[in-house]
Design a protein around this ligand. Structure first.
Ligand SMILES: Nc1ncnc2c1ncn2[C@@H]1O[C@H](COP(=O)(O)OP(=O)(O)OP(=O)(O)O)[C@@H](O)[C@H]1O
Length: 476
């Protein structure tokens, strides 16, 4: 039933590899030997053994560094260190989590096999527990890409390492950050979430680091910052790509030495906070453009979790939708709506630019708006409804506008309304004037404006040439 446990042995001493290989094989284990640590991290991306048995003194590679990385990236993977007593202290400090075992050299072969067997068994039990614990029903996903996310959460459980979560808006970044916190040793301590894009630039510093009384006008009392509130716990920094440059510098400093000052404060404060950052942006590009500090990027980019867009995991749409319909029914104290095959097909056909959040909002809309209990394709909201989209061309400008806005936002443009509103008004005015052959009075009435408003708008939008051909045009 259970497969042979897989053991990797890393030692530069060929005779040690040879004896361990024989002894472990005799104990029905599958053994792979490496003469040094080079390539181990890469190999781990393809396959994971049940246990690694490694020397820490090897030519050509810093064994301690390798072990640190193993402990950070694969905290669940049991590692047994074979080393002489004299090296033990440095090994212990490399594994401050204590998640390793120690096999003193020279060792007794039977002891070594017994230790490896125990570590295999414990590792397997822990992994099963973690997967069970992580598969809490609140993160839904059966698509392979989501299984990958669950596995990452499982592997990172028990670790304090910084994590960077990437994914479009609404893909569940905050949910995953929360799950990472819940499955970490910090779960009893606070989880504080903060969206960099939502806080005005001049308040951000005090929000993150707090302020002393009188630090600036309006600071009537001392206030704790989010870093202090999150002490011992996790601070989730959402939309980290939007963090202003000076704040990036300050964050880097806190990450480097764990100390910071409140605004207006003179005494450094120390906290123990795990950072989980998230962004929908491509941070490497921001770094190239000089908009994100490279050193901060490397600090944050230790482990990265990518959340797939909903359109890349369409198989999960029915599952998610049923879940949200059930939830919405509870929220609104009514019977849950039931999806019919035509609705499911249409839901799976759509691209969901707002990802899971958009699906969730659609479930609420349906729960309130759909007349019957059964949901068919035609019951979907107008912008998602295939029938309306095909038959009435008039509605087509809404999806087009949506696409336009989305594109501009991904291109990092700001103040979209400055372009959109004048364009919107210009088009309506032009069409109304065309329709009324340039008669302003009537065009104003058809638009629902007074004549004066229309005249003012025409001026502002420089549309004079298009109105009332007989009137004098004026130029700047
Ligand atoms: N896999 C999932 N299972 C269940 N609910 C989900 C899942 N993914 C996202 N959600 C829900 O969708 C909504 C959006 O998720 P969340 O806020 O975590 O996304 P986000 O990526 O952080 O978005 P943004 O970047 O806009 O802040 C939340 O209500 C969340 O509960």
């Amino acid at each position: 039933m259970a497969q042979e446990p897989k053991v990797w042995v890393i030692d530069d001493d060929r005779s040690i590899r040879w004896v361990l290989d024989r002894a472990l094989r005799k104990a029905a284990m599958h053994v792979t030997c490496f003469s040094n640590g080079v390539g181990i991290l890469e190999a781990l991306q393809h396959e994971q053994p049940d246990v690694i048995l490694s020397d820490i003194r090897m030519p050509g590679i810093d064994g301690l560094d390798l072990l640190k990385q193993l402990s950070a990236r694969y905290p669940q993977l049991p590692v047994i260190i074979m080393t002489a007593h004299s090296d033990l202290d440095s090994a212990v400090s490399a594994f401050n989590s204590g998640a390793f075992e120690y096999l003193p050299k020279p060792f007794d072969l039977d002891d070594a096999v017994a230790q490896v067997t125990r570590a295999c068994r414990r590792g397997r039990e822990e992994r099963t527990e973690t997967v069970a614990a992580v598969k809490t029903p609140d993160i839904i996903g059966e698509a392979p890409a989501m299984q990958e996310v669950f596995r990452a959460i499982g592997r990172l459980a028990r670790s304090h390492i910084t994590v960077l979560i990437n994914g479009e808006s609404g893909t569940g970044k905050e949910l995953v950050a929360h799950a990472l916190h819940r499955h970490s040793p910090r779960s009893e301590r606070p989880f504080i979430a903060l969206n960099m894009a939502a806080i005005p630039r001049d308040l951000l510093e005090s929000e993150l680091f707090g302020h002393e009384r009188g630090a600036f006008t309006g600071a009537q009392a001392r206030r704790e910052g989010r870093f202090e509130q999150a002490d011992g716990g996790t601070l989730f920094l959402d939309e980290i790509g939007d963090m202003p440059a000076e704040m990036q510098t300050r964050l880097l400093r806190v990450l480097a030495d764990g100390a910071f000052y409140r605004v207006g404060g003179v005494a450094p404060l120390r906290v123990d906070v795990r950072i989980i950052a998230a962004t929908h942006q491509h941070l490497e590009t921001l770094v190239q453009q000089g908009r994100f500090r490279e050193d901060l990027f490397h600090r944050l980019n230790v482990i990265r979790i990518h959340l797939p867009a909903l359109r890349d995991r369409r198989e999960d749409i029915p599952l998610l939708m049923r879940h949200f319909l059930a939830q919405a029914a509870i929220e609104l104290s009514c019977e849950p709506k039931v999806l019919q095959p035509t609705a499911i097909e249409q839901l799976q056909r759509l691209d969901w630019p707002g990802n899971v959040r958009q699906l969730e909002n659609t479930a609420r809309w349906l729960t309130v708006m759909a007349a019957g209990k059964q949901i068919h394709a035609e019951d979907l909201p107008p912008e998602l409804n295939p029938l309306l989209a095909e038959t009435t061309d008039d509605e087509a400008w809404e999806p087009a506008l949506r696409r336009w806005a989305r594109q501009r936002l991904t291109q990092q443009q700001e103040a979209l309304l400055d372009t959109a509103l004048p364009t919107f008004e210009r088009i309506l005015i032009q069409v109304a004037l065309e329709h009324t052959a340039g008669r302003r009075q009537e065009a104003a009435r058809r638009l629902g404006w007074g004549r004066n408003t229309l005249t003012r708008k025409i001026k502002e939008l420089r549309l004079e040439n298009e109105a009332e051909p007989e009137s004098t045009t004026h130029k700047e």
